[in-house]
Design a binder for this molecule. Sequence first.
Ligand code: ADP
Length: 530
Amino acid sequence: MTLSGVARVAFVGSRRIFASHLPSMQSYTPAFSRQMSVGMKSVTDRLRDSGLLRTQGLIGGKWIDAYDGKTLEVHNPATGEVIANVSCMGGKETKDAISSAFDAFNSWSKLTAAERSKGLRKWYDLLMAHKEELGQLITLEQGKPLKEAVGEVDYGAKFIEFYAEEAKRVYGEIIPATLPDRRLFVLKQPVGVAGAITPWNFPLAMITRKVGPALACGCTVVVKPSEFTPLTALAAAELALQAGIPPGVVNVVMGNAPDIGDALLTSPQVRKITFTGSTAVGKKLMAGAAGTVKKVSLELGGNAPCIVFDDADLNVAVNGALAAKFRNSGQTCVCANRVLVQEGIYEKFADAFSKAVKNLKVGDGFGEGVVQGPLINKAALEKVETFVEDAVSKGAKVLLGGRRHSLGMTFYEPTVLSNVKSEMLVSREEVFGPVAPLLCFKTEEEAIHMANDTNAGLAAYIFTNNLQRTWRVSEALEYGLVGVNEGLISTEVAPFGGVKQSGLGREGSKYGMDEFLEIKYVCLGDMNRK
Ligand code: ADP
């Protein structure tokens, strides 16, 4: 049985797409659903042989079907083929997953940091040992080119390695006492069970970035991956079990997102919600977490400006903007959403950038030399079309692309638009596709004003060779991350997160640990008693 119409509509309502631009996913699924091709069958057979093609949820260390037997189809976005049917779970399964995580917390949190570290390190080793298979799985269900998918496995696994190390550095503190017979301590302790809700654009890395620090701190987790990309999550969970991470420490449920979300939000046993996804869903989760006053971290939508100043090195700016914009076909929350170019370099940049974009090879992620895969689904494709149509109707000029790709499905031509204005949809909201809108500015002040004129505040990029300007602009940008002369900046060792409506908290780096720790003050009195 496939996911009910009601549930599908609920998922559509929560996409990283503003409601007014939403097509119905029911019109998407049947037209794009096809039988499995021979090529894909051989990939899935290999994955099945290696034990990594899991389709059931993981609760208390056991692989489990949805209690009512419902399943949901996972599609290859490049072909529309059904890769697998996975359990379509809801509130009941989630409650049991929470109970398992709660029981496991008792023992996992009491292990020494060194013991937890060993488990995480083993998990990292297994993720790396299965890098190719995991990469294939990501390409199959998410569509990104294989090389990029394998790169995601590297990147994602590094969070587990980093936090295996960081587990051993959860230091407390002794505070100089204010009275002679007292001693004051600060302990850091795990918050408890964490609910981790993740999106489809990084099927592995968004999970490891949350689960790595959670486990390192002594928390246990219930992971809810995106229904579009559950297979990578399940394979990663299988490897966690193989690594000897005890049953119940990592649980995975997927299916009816609102039901799963409600179960996580209302349970007093869940002490932390960590989420990456749309701003709309993030706000709902934040409101829902208020009922039980949970700790919340949110990594939400962006509207990244990429500012190219007259004094930039043209090649560096073109390559940096290309990487920042077209990675994962534009489907990341740190993707450059607006390219702001100073008037003195505008024409040269537009020309060189368009030439570079023209060379991007589009195709099935398994194809040789392909660097641009399909969009995740038809809703995403139609959103990109709407944004481009809106821009063109308001005076933008198409320098390149601007339409669906001849490959069909959800492929869209890498696109460059010039003469874009701040009031166009493509400047106001996250396009989440391979469209680079170029906006012209005159002065540094104007660029900063344009860049900050949004509710989002995740990533920003600047290209300049002027050191003073680098500092001035970096400090003035209301963003959580700033790339200077670089378009790819995220790494496990640096804090990732946004300001304004792009979110709360940080992931990665030592700061990522704080999200899963409580601070406890202990006052020891009566020291003078013999
Ligand atoms: P994206 O467009 O990046 O997938 P979403 O916010 O729609 O952004 O989805 C991110 C994650 O949030 C997915 O795992 C999705 O299933 C989940 N999700 C969507 N709606 C809800 C909800 N009401 N409660 C809990 N999780 C949800």
